[in-house]
Write a protein that binds this ligand. Structure first.
Ligand SMILES: Nc1ncnc2c1ncn2[C@@H]1O[C@H](COP(=O)(O)OP(=O)(O)O)[C@@H](O)[C@H]1O
Ligand SMILES: [Mg+2]
Length: 269
């Protein structure tokens, strides 16, 4: 396994005492696989991703990347890890610094990790990456605010992939996008998985979104994995009532349970 989370537990202090956000969560991602993690809002998905990427310390459990235990790893091991694992966030409207050009945004990782120190060659890499994600090389001169939501998520994907990570973690990357644009971004990730041999951990609150991308799916409910299996098992023969409810509840019937949605920018993706 390229990436393994074992028995992750995480609690937070609140006025009413500690709440358990993750309770003994285990999950593994094989090299070249696309794995889905699905659960409704508040189920603990982002908390798990934050533990997995060493952005917060779990109360217990183990994070293993390519055979190295990452909790208690050396600084050099953590540096290597950060170079091999990249994250795409949910909200492309806040995740890209509006004062940086696309060239700076996509090329930043190449600078930080000392991969390409020549500005000219870096520009070539950025141009190539933009083409790969379906944008134009000329777009590198522009600022994120002049792009639509779908285009911004393409920029975020180019930025993440520019340093050629082995694992791409996506935390609800299409949840803030217009439905018609969601499939385009999912298709792009699928192409990237195939063309680059990329390993993907894809987080969503909507089971339908992972169906086309992920061969293996985990279902998270209130901080616990209640179901996991191949795409066919989970979609065609769900065993847990929560999974059955998720499948039946697409779209979620009560609109008040949906997080507020941003208006997509007017331009097409
Ligand atoms: N920093 C924090 N302090 C207190 N509670 C938190 C914190 N982060 C997350 N939680 C709680 O953990 C639970 C899971 O949250 P989260 O991981 O964001 O869920 P999801 O990403 O699935 O919507 C929620 O009940 C949330 O309120
Ligand atoms: Mg979340």
């Amino acid at each position: 396994m390229l990436f393994e989370l074992a028995h992750i537990t995480k609690t937070f202090p609140t006025a009413q005492g500690r709440i358990t956000s993750l309770d003994d969560v285990s999950l593994s991602v094989g090299e070249g696989q696309a794995v889905g993690l699905v659960g409704e809002s508040g189920s603990g998905k982002t908390t798990l991703i934050r533990c997995a990427l060493l952005l917060t310390q779990p109360d217990g459990g183990a994070v293993t990347f390519d055979g190295t235990s990452m909790l208690g790893a050396t600084r050099e091991q953590v540096r290597q890890f950060r170079r091999q694992v990249q994250l795409v966030f949910q909200d492309p409207f806040s995740s890209l610094n509006p004062r940086m050009t696309v060239e700076e945004l996509v090329g930043e990782g190449l600078v930080i990790h000392g991969i390409e120190n020549s500005a000219a060659r870096r520009r070539d890499s950025v141009a190539e990456m933009l083409t790969v994600v379906g944008l134009r090389p000329d777009d590198m001169k522009r600022y994120p605010n002049s792009f639509s939501g779908g285009q911004r998520q393409r920029i975020a994907i180019a930025r993440a992939l520019a340093i050629r990570p082995r694992l791409l973690v996506c935390d609800e990357p299409v949840s803030a996008l217009d439905v018609s644009v969601q499939a385009q971004v999912i298709n792009l990730l699928r192409e990237m998985q195939k063309a680059l041999g990329l390993t993907i951990l894809f987080v969503a609150h909507d089971l339908a979104v992972v169906r086309h991308l992920c061969a293996h799916v985990y279902v998270l409910n209130r901080g616990k994995i209640v179901e996991s299996g191949s795409r066919d098992q989970v979609f065609d023969h769900p065993t847990h009532p929560y999974t059955q409810a998720l499948l039946a509840a697409v779209p979620i019937p009560d609109p008040r349970r949906r997080p507020p949605r941003r208006q997509p920018a007017p331009a097409a993706s």
